[in-house]
Design a protein around this ligand. Structure first.
Ligand SMILES: CC(C)(COP(=O)(O)OP(=O)(O)OC[C@H]1O[C@@H](n2cnc3c(N)ncnc32)[C@H](O)[C@@H]1OP(=O)(O)O)[C@@H](O)C(=O)NCCC(=O)NCCS
Length: 143
């Protein structure tokens, strides 16, 4: 898998990947989420591309960010037929490298309560469960 920055030509494949992986929600417009990310550190919006069998295909994604205090990752996804092959771990390692090189001391991420089965994946990569409760407030409605 080649890991590279997202380009505009990837949009439909990335949105389809997120839908297939169950990451989209009615209140988050994925196209708007992509447009916003392209305004802030677009080079940290990563896709994993397979070229081995046929034309290049987007099989994974991850959106990394750094707010000057903590690093974040959103929209980590691996196409179901490519899961359990090390691609998710590879994308996370790549993004962690970018964050560390930028001086980011810690990476945080959120797991939806309906997706707790993914916690084992993150623990395998060395992530621990922080004793925090996440709060959020919508500032700009997408719909
Ligand atoms: C989470 C996800 C990105 C993992 O990607 P993946 O490519 O399947 O994971 P990897 O093959 O790189 O797994 C790395 C290690 O974690 C382990 N692992 C993977 N999923 C796991 C799980 N649910 N529980 C425990 N361990 C898990 C693997 O066995 C592997 O262990 P190893 O190093 O001993 O071989 C993928 O399952 C996915 O896209 N899920 C749907 C979207 C999603 O939930 N995203 C995260 C939102 S917070």
């Amino acid at each position: 898998m080649l890991i590279r920055a997202y380009t505009d030509a990837d949009q439909s494949a990335v949105v389809a990947l997120w839908q297939t992986c169950g990451l989209t929600r009615p209140w988050n417009d994925p196209v708007k989420d992509i447009a916003r990310k392209l305004e802030v550190r677009p080079e940290w919006f990563l896709v994993g591309v397979e070229t081995a069998s046929g034309p290049p295909a987007v099989v994974a994604s991850a959106m990394f960010g750094y707010d000057g205090h903590r690093g974040w990752v959103n929209y980590l996804a691996v196409r179901p037929d490519r899961q359990s092959g090390g691609l998710g771990a590879a994308l996370m390692a790549h993004g962690e490298g970018l964050l560390k090189a930028a001086g980011c001391p810690k990476i945080n991420l959120l797991v939806r309560t309906g997706n707790l089965q993914v916690i084992g994946f993150y623990q395998r990569l060395g992530y621990g469960i922080d004793e925090v409760t996440s709060l959020g407030k919508r500032l700009i409605p997408d719909t």
